[in-house]
Design a protein around this ligand. Structure first.
Ligand code: DX5
Ligand code: ZN
Length: 234
């Protein structure tokens, strides 16, 4: 399991230091939650902060857009140094056009589904994207409870990928902690986001280690998908 700590739960006054801290503690990616106050009832960070954070780490930036019009901002997040950009199928931009725009900037595109959206909503796009992110909380806030019943979506999406001979990364976001990680691992996720589970832990490295688990999953697929695009990941 690869671990992507969500900066939403870090000390916002020390973001650069927090990134260095999680990189040293064994994080695999940095998960950046972008919220616009329209798509979700919260406002967080935008491209200028992400750009300022970019020089602080070599870890890939996994940018999760919870915004109503993602297409309008792809260039800004690409310029800021995103390696993966995920956006919601429930947002208002054209999905094909947005995927195309992300790809044209050499970035891995991914689609996100909210808890009430069925897995099948991403099926028409699976051959054009590198990742599917399954939300296990309603997007908007950190620290919510994990919805275990979302795990069946991972299994459905993986089965559809296998049926069509596609290799995609599956990521889970929301309420992932030492208590819930085994369900995520059993459902076959490649990457887990964890905000409170990492940043509120007394021992950050210990928390990341235990989330990763003993089953040292081969990260070949991750490297293959990221390697095609990533400018920062080596
Ligand atoms: C929620 C965000 C998540 C969240 C995860 O809208 O997308 O990334 O910050 O935080 P935890 O792990 O605390 O649920
Ligand atoms: Zn997120």
């Amino acid at each position: 399991m690869l671990i992507a700590p969500s900066l939403l739960s870090c000390d916002f006054a020390k973001m650069g230091d927090e990134i260095v801290r999680i990189e040293k503690a064994g994080a695999d990616l940095v998960h950046l939650d972008v919220m616009d106050g329209h798509f979700v009832p919260n406002i967080t960070i935008g491209p200028s902060i992400i750009k300022a954070l970019r020089p602080h780490t070599r870890l890939p930036f996994d940018v999760h857009l919870m915004i109503e019009h993602p297409l309008d901002y792809i260039d800004a997040f690409a310029d800021a140094g995103a390696d993966i950009i995920t956006f919601h199928v429930e947002a208002s931009s054209g999905i094909d056009e947005t995927i195309e725009k992300i790809r044209s900037r050499g970035i891995v595109p991914g689609l996100v589904i909210k808890p009430r959206t069925p897995a099948s909503a991403v099926f028409p796009y699976l051959d054009k994207i590198g990742m599917v992110l399954v939300m296990t909380v309603e997007p908007g806030f950190g620290g919510q409870s994990f919805m275990a019943d979302m795990m069946s979506k991972l299994i459905e999406i993986r089965a559809e990928c296998e049926r069509r001979g596609l290799e995609l990364l599956l990521e889970v976001d929301g309420g992932v902690s030492e208590k819930t990680i085994s369900a995520v691992a059993d459902a076959g996720a490649d990457i887990s986001v964890s905000g409170t589970g990492v940043f509120k832990a007394k021992d950050t490295a210990g928390a990341i280690r235990s989330l990763k688990g003993s089953d040292d999953k081969d990260s070949g697929l991750f490297n293959a998908i990221l390697g095609k695009a990533a400018k920062h990941f080596q």
